[in-house]
Design a protein around this ligand. Structure first.
Ligand code: MSP
Length: 640
């Protein structure tokens, strides 16, 4: 019997366009869903949008839209993005869906009838940005920790949810189920929070202040607080209370969120479920935050990463791979394109891509593209342990992926890829091919390599479904919908001898030179945000940079590179420098000019020309202008 498996992402606010952070959680949930499909589990994967509340009304106003038109538009952006990123969600929920709204009403009424909701006047510190009251101790220097502005004191009559009644129950539940909130650091964080008395939660907003929400079933003058509404999506999407899906999937529910929304998911939500008489979820999986170039992603800084842009530049599977390989689930991580390029070139183009094209080419060269038959006696004799290694990789991979350690799971696959590459070097098929007596050895070696590739294609399926399918197709196995099932991968000899292979291809082209080493195109103003001052350095750090005055001896355009000029400069000795200033200078304008050079920058090849240093220039809307000195000095004079 297939075991049920249910995974959810947060439902995202529709006050901003989807970015890297939303993409990460949703891709991670997709990877977990696909990993469970490998074990033939019956899976259900939910994502969607959170559309009520003041935040949304304000965003709509700013765009001169009605809330309804606005939420339709932005929700559509999320809905349309997911297929582009190969997200395999089964359902997309919106909190403005009538059946969701009906469930919220049912649950509210149930909790109200149970006596856990009461009406009271409340004076408190309210942050309009967060749409919630803050307690003194939650503030940082008297300000909201998210918005850095002091909250306003407001007095209001409202409905409150008696969370305090369930505090001890929740502590006991977390202690009895050590993996209820994972990784452990977040479980500890919730337990630490629960050491202080839990305050009751204000779950209503008066309609005099906000109308865009779900009306309380027991008081038409109030709408429901957005979090109380939003969290219920996880059951309403399954057809709670009577839906078949609810009965199948709710008992095994797992949520995936980032650390920013630990408290509503780790505290409010289980208590809401308990008070409503609904069993609590099985796991809350919490990951860290992506920063971009060491800073928090923000519109003001202008460093928000657009997932579709990343797909366009680097390819979808490379982007998905980087996200899963570079973040340790639970910890914060830093996104930068240099690291992404490095991963693509090393892990994908080099290790996996080369192996794939090399093996396929050999199979074409030595066996005319038809899978040879392995010889068990030869295998025994050679015993290089490829099959054993594959098994070990599958075990390590499965254990890590099962506990959301995606980076470790992928590392296990890449260990096997390294082993395959070594196997090629040790067995040297090109030597065997020269010796007629070694024909059976050659057949066995190539068969084993193809078989190893088949297993790799299955193991990478959750993270890189397109590449996995391409590999299958070229191994002559296209059309097999179950190729990634674990029981298929654990049995060796899965490719039938005689199978026709397709031509060898390059799975991941290397990233071209001027993006290599993560170097953005020279003097490209769009590559950095001007408003952000880079992190501080010490005088010792600065002393490492060797700045010199240099005189331009000659200059010429670099063929096929619109932006580049090749300069010969004199800085006591002669050097070649490549500078991205061709848009602003004719080569002859520069001859005789004294410029400033970073003399000890690691040489880099730009469009085939080795540049030994970098010329300093500023770029604005009018183009580039090179930095010069007030008066001429001897070439090579140091600046500091
Ligand atoms: N609407 C609420 C969630 C309600 S769930 C019942 C919400 N929405 S949100 O649009 O702000 O999304 C927050 C989530 O987006 C995070 O928990 C995380 O999944 C994802 N991320 C947003 N920025 C992120 C990073 N910089 N890094 C990683 N993930 C982040 O909160």
């Amino acid at each position: 019997m297939a075991a049920p498996f249910y995974i959810t992402t947060p439902i995202y606010y529709v006050n901003a366009r989807p970015h890297l952070g939303h993409a990460y959680t949703t891709i991670a949930a997709d990877v977990v869903r696909r990993f469970h499909a490998m074990s033939s589990d019956q899976t259900f994967f939910l994502t969607g949008t959170d559309e009520h509340g003041d935040k949304i009304v304000r965003a709509a106003k700013k765009e001169n839209c009605t809330p309804r038109a606005y939420v339709d538009q932005i929700s559509g952006l999320f809905r349309d993005l997911w297929p582009e990123l190969n997200i395999s969600n089964d359902y997309f929920i919106r909190t403005t869906d009538p059946q969701h709204m009906a469930v919220v009403e049912t649950v509210l009424q149930r909790i109200y009838d149970g006596g856990d909701i009461y009406f009271s006047e409340y004076e408190g510190l309210y942050c309009y940005g967060c749409e919630r009251f803050y307690t003194e101790r939650e503030l940082v220097d008297g300000a909201c920790p998210d918005h850095q502005s002091p909250p306003e004191t407001i007095k209001e009559s409202n409905y409150f949810f008696r969370m305090s009644r369930y505090q001890q129950w929740l502590i006991d539940h977390i202690q009895r189920h050590p993996d209820f909130i994972r990784p452990e650091r977040y479980r500890n964080e919730v337990l630490a929070f629960l050491r202080e008395p839990l305050e009751d939660l204000c779950i209503s907003r008066p309609k005099s202040r906000i109308k865009w929400g779900i009306t309380l079933p027991f008081d038409p003058d109030y709408v429901t607080y957005v979090w109380f509404d939003a969290l219920l999506n996880y059951v309403s999407a399954l057809g709670y209370p009577d839906g078949e899906r609810y009965h199948t999937f709710w008992p095994v529910a797992q949520h995936m969120v980032a650390k920013d929304i630990l408290k509503p998911h780790g505290i409010y939500w289980p208590i809401m479920l308990k008070a409503a008489g609904i069993p609590v979820y099985r796991h809350l999986n919490v990951h860290g935050y992506w920063n971009v170039d060491q800073s928090k992603m923000s519109k003001t800084i202008g460093n928000v990463v657009d997932p579709l842009e990343m797909k366009k530049i680097y390819g979808l599977d490379a982007f998905r791979f980087f996200l899963m390989r570079d973040m340790v689930f639970g910890l914060d991580s830093n996104f930068n394109e240099a690291a992404l390029v490095q991963r693509i070139n090393a892990d994908l183009a080099n290790d996996l891509g080369n192996l794939f094209s090399r093996v396929l080419s050999m199979a074409h060269k030595y066996f005319a593209g038809v899978v040879p038959g392995p010889d068990p006696d030869v295998e025994k004799e050679m015993d290089l342990g490829l099959e054993r290694n594959a098994r070990r990789a599958i075990d390590a991979y499965s254990a890590s992926m099962g506990e959301l350690a995606f980076h470790k799971g992928l590392a296990a696959v890449w260990e096997f890829i390294a082993h395959m590459n070594k196997y090629v070097d040790i067995t040297a098929p090109w030597v065997l091919a020269k010796n007629k007596a070694a024909r059976q050895q050659l057949e066995t070696v190539i068969y084993n390599l193809l078989e190893g590739l088949r297993i790799i294609s299955g193991l990478i399926y959750p993270v890189m479904p397109d590449t996995a399918a391409t590999m299958q197709k070229h191994l002559g196995l296209g059309g097999d919908d179950d190729f990634f099932k674990l029981d298929r991968l654990t049995s060796w000899n899965g490719i039938p001898p005689g199978t026709r292979l397709r031509k060898s291809i390059s799975l991941f082209p290397r990233i071209e030179p001027d993006r290599e080493n993560g170097q953005p195109p020279l003097n490209d103003p769009s590559s950095e945000d001007e408003r952000v001052i880079k992190p501080q350095i010490t005088i010792d750090d600065f002393a490492k940079i060797d700045l010199r005055a240099a005189t331009v001896l000659s200059a010429q355009a670099v063929p096929r590179a619109k932006k580049l000029l090749q300069l010969e400069v004199d800085l006591g000795h002669q050097r070649t420098i490549v500078a991205g200033i061709a848009g602003s200078y004719q080569p002859q304008d520069l001859v005789g000019k004294q410029v400033i050079i970073v003399a000890n920058l690691k040489p880099a090849k730009l469009m085939g020309v080795l540049s030994k240093g970098m010329l300093l220039a500023a770029t604005d809307d009018d183009g580039a202008t090179v930095a010069t000195l007030e008066r001429c000095v001897a070439p090579g004079t140091r600046l500091g």
